[in-house]
Design a binder for this molecule. Structure first.
Ligand code: AMO
Length: 435
């Protein structure tokens, strides 16, 4: 594919220079990361999606041009003209010997921290000026990995015959019992921001067989953890003629594919972030909720049957299970109304854990209208609010299953960050609504 997008500011991107012969004249545009002046030689490092060193000798450029070069500071946006030169002194083996510079935008203020500084302000302070924080090379590495994860998800699912769909984010009723909703005015009615595309993806799997969506979900929980957001990106997958075992197998293959893609396409980024041992092995363990409870008891943590697993319990388990693993067959009371029951008060459900973080959850779905209505009532919800969904079952509903995967959580784990907000461009949490 041709990548060239030239403009009055640039003929090439720095990444393209290695394909050009010594002496080839180019112009590049970007922002200045560093300026060094050594006697009569000036060096700039410019970022244009990649880094490039640019150099000029006082004696070899026009006096007016040299004066302009001396004006350039970090954070200036510049367009630079010069010739390609191969040299060992440049970090990537190639540099531009400049003959002109055009200052395109000058900042009025210097950011409160330097992109290469080891001493950074707190994440909250950095988030307050996120657009500047995002110029840090560490975040470039994280967001390149994020980009690759999203690409890999799409490649994998499309190759398996899934269709990418979009469902409404303004909805009329809740789907995820435990999680609170954000209410909003919808003309003269009350509406909510969608917690999950759950019921829509189920309906779409009946119509299209295999569907997926990558979109925001909204959770109005009053959390204060390292892994919750009020708005987060979810990968939702749903397939007809499948049960929870089939989707666990699919999810396991997907995770392996994502990890391999990141290892293949993000070598420099993984190295930069010091992530040397990113590996997952199939098959992932499948451990029943019952066994998890007794395992925790052995580890000295008493959890009553039917209780959810606390962060402390999940952290304890993470010490034992170092690779991703599934907790399967959760008690009915812990799972939403649309998850199919099985004998023993449990459900055909799973959570995919990686470390102490729940990456995904899913299960087989109830596909009989009567059972679904009963489960809605059992959870204290009103069947009338779900009439729009229940009536679809009158036209036939095949067995189906699926999962929701927290994309931000997966990227947090892959990039080894200890706060989910690091891996989101503009995170939303109970105390943050801007920028
Ligand atoms: P669940 O509510 O478990 O299931 O959500 C699915 C996955 O989404 C991620 N997630 C979150 N990530 C960050 N911040 C949050 N506040 C947050 N809430 C959830 C988690 C979680 O595993 N409809 C079902 C899925 C299904 O059965 O298909 C659902 O929404 O990684």
């Amino acid at each position: 594919m041709k990548r060239r997008i030239s403009s009055q500011f640039r003929s090439h991107y720095s990444a393209e220079l290695v394909k050009l012969p010594e002496g080839y004249r180019v112009s590049i545009a970007g922002y200045v990361v560093s300026v060094r002046l050594h006697g009569g030689v000036i060096f700039f490092v410019v970022y244009d999606g990649g880094y490039i060193q640019c150099v000029a000798h006082m004696d070899e450029v026009d006096v007016e041009v040299w004066k302009k070069m001396l004006e350039v500071r970090e954070y200036f946006y510049v367009s630079i003209s010069g010739c390609v030169s191969y040299t060992e002194r440049a970090p990537n083996g190639v540099e531009i010997v400049m003959d002109d510079v055009r200052i395109v935008a000058k900042p009025n203020r210097i950011p409160p921290f330097h992109p290469y500084s080891r001493k950074l302000p707190s994440l909250d302070k950095r988030l307050d000026i996120r657009a500047v924080d995002l110029r840090r090379p560490q975040l470039h590495a994280i967001f390149k990995i994020r980009h690759e994860v999203l690409q890999a998800i799409r490649r994998f699912l499309v190759a398996r015959g899934f269709i990418e769909v979009n469902t409404p984010k303004i909805i009329a009723s809740a789907t995820e019992g435990g999680a609170a909703l954000f209410p909003l005015f919808y003309y003269d009615k009350e509406a909510f921001l969608a917690q999950s595309p759950q019921l829509y993806k189920e309906q779409l799997s009946a119509a299209l067989d295999r569907v997926f969506e990558i979109a925001p979900i909204f959770r109005a929980e009053e959390f204060k953890t390292d892994r919750h957001l009020s708005e987060t990106i979810s990968l939702d997958v749903e397939m007809a003629f499948a049960d929870y075992r089939d989707v666990m197998n699919l999810l396991e293959d997907l995770i392996v594919y994502i990890v391999n893609s990141v290892r293949r396409y993000c070598i420099a980024q993984l190295a930069f972030l010091n992530i040397g041992d990113l590996k997952v092995r199939k098959p992932f363990r499948r451990i029943s909720y019952d066994r998890v409870i007794s395992k925790l008891k052995d580890l000295g943590l008493e959890v009553g049957w039917g209780e959810d697993l606390s962060t402390a319990a999940l952290r304890r388990l993470a010490e034992v299970y170092r690779e991703p693993y599934f907790i399967v067959d959760w008690p009915r009371g812990l799972k939403p109304f649309y998850i199919k029951s099985k004998r023993g008060g449990v459900t055909e459900s799973f959570d995919l854990m990686w470390g102490h973080v729940e990456i995904a959850s899913g299960g087989s779905r109830v596909n009989s209208k009567r059972s679904l209505a009963r489960r809605i009532r059992m959870q204290g919800l009103n069947t009338e609010s779900f009439e729009y969904h229940l009536k679809v079952f009158d036209y036939g509903m095949p067995p189906h299953a699926g999962f929701g995967l927290g994309v931000d959580r997966l990227i947090m784990v892959l990039t080894n960050r200890d706060d989910i907000r690091e891996v989101v461009f503009y995170p939303r949490d109970p105390s943050r609504l801007t920028p």
